[in-house]
Design a protein around this ligand. Structure first.
Ligand code: F6P
Length: 342
């Protein structure tokens, strides 16, 4: 087997030394997040051997049944990052409220927001799952941390990333200087830089959407997908391919590797929930990664990174990936909105 390249630790140390905006505290925190992801990679891989498969018999704040691995991953993140001197507080898709840390010592400079185990319907069937994380600045001079301090638009993120537990375990992250991907070398337990500075091609012929929701979409989305399905004989003049893994981490990874457009659009099933994916735990971190790799990320009407959250668990429509294709979808939204206004 080929030998290693640069380790995550070396990469982070270099980033700090080169003064490219990567602060030493943040570099340490990223190393701490990577360490938890390694243990989650082990637990995911062990599967049935460690008794982590199946339901935990509880529900999370979203009203979804928690899997044992959801609970394990959430506790692992809270325990490990709760011991970090750089973390002031955390928010998790699995928790109702925020989780402040650092009682009795000086407060860290960062807030960490995460989906500890994304795509958990795939755990029991041994399909890729992942961990998504987002790092925001903690407010200065605040004596008691509250949910409102976490409600920052995605543009404020100082780091975003995910770990993908697939055939190999990967950590993909950005601190605002492009997107770099690292593969876990199980022989030495280190993440090694294997996918430096990913770029998403502007054009694609591959889309990802859960087609079973088609009847609930808005007209611009109906139009876009219909035109893709008409292929080379339709107005787009080219054939498209479709993929749906039902693990956002795996879908976004595919987009970062070979391009594509991923959509979980607005649908009318539950009018109070504009979409399925969560702004803070899923959409914002993935939007930062995609933009940093030259792609685009929109709700259909607005860049995801500009959406001001008003609730920790807010949901948002998501359309992201290859820039020209996202522009095509958003132009249909803009046109429909303009037609409605006239
Ligand atoms: O809740 C997040 C998630 O599991 C994503 O990882 C995935 O993209 C989506 O939900 C799958 O949704 P559905 O089950 O509706 O296809």
């Amino acid at each position: 087997m080929r030998n290693q390249g640069k380790s995550l630790t070396q990469f982070l140390n270099e980033g700090v030394r080169q003064g490219l905006g990567l602060e030493a505290d943040l570099a340490v925190l990223i190393g701490e997040i990577a360490a938890v992801c390694k243990s989650l990679s082990y637990a995911t891989r062990a599967g049935g051997l460690e008794g982590v498969l199946g339901t935990a018999g509880t529900e999370n704040v979203q009203g979804e049944t928690q899997q044992k691995l959801d609970v394990f991953a959430n506790e692992a993140m809270l325990d490990s990052l709760g011991a970090s001197e750089h973390v002031a507080g955390m928010a998790s898709e699995e928790l109702t409220d925020i989780h402040p840390v650092s009682a009795g010592r000086s407060r860290g400079r960062y807030l960490v927001v995460f989906d500890p185990l994304d795509g958990s319907s795939n755990i029991d069937v041994n399909v890729s799952v992942g961990t998504i994380f987002s790092v925001l600045p903690a407010p200065a001079g605040v004596s008691e941390l509250a949910a409102q301090h976490f409600l920052q638009p995605g543009r404020e993120q100082v780091c975003a990333g995910y770990a993908l537990y697939g055939p190999s375990t990967m950590l993909v992250l950005t601190t605002g200087n492009g997107v770099d991907g690292f593969t876990l070398d199980p022989r030495v337990g280190e993440f090694i830089l294997t996918h430096p500075q990913r770029r998403i091609p502007a054009d694609t012929r591959e889309f990802a959407i859960n087609m079973s929701n088609q009847r609930f979409w808005e007209p611009p989305m109906q139009r876009y997908i219909q035109e893709c399905l008409e292929g080379s004989s339709g107005p787009r003049g080219k054939d498209f391919n479709m993929r749906w893994v039902a693990s956002m981490v795996a879908e976004i990874h595919r987009v970062l590797i070979r391009g594509g457009i991923f959509m979980y659009p607005y649908d009318s099933r539950e009018p109070k929930r504009p979409g399925r994916l969560r702004l803070m735990y899923e959409a914002s971190p993935m939007a930062m990664l995609v933009e940093q790799a030259g792609g685009s990320a929109s709700t259909g009407y607005k860049q995801i990174l500009d959406v001001q959250p008003d609730d920790l668990h807010q949901r948002v429509p998501v359309i992201l990936g290859s820039r020209n294709e996202v522009t095509q979808v958003t132009s249909y939204h803009t046109q429909t909105a303009a037609d409605a206004a006239n």
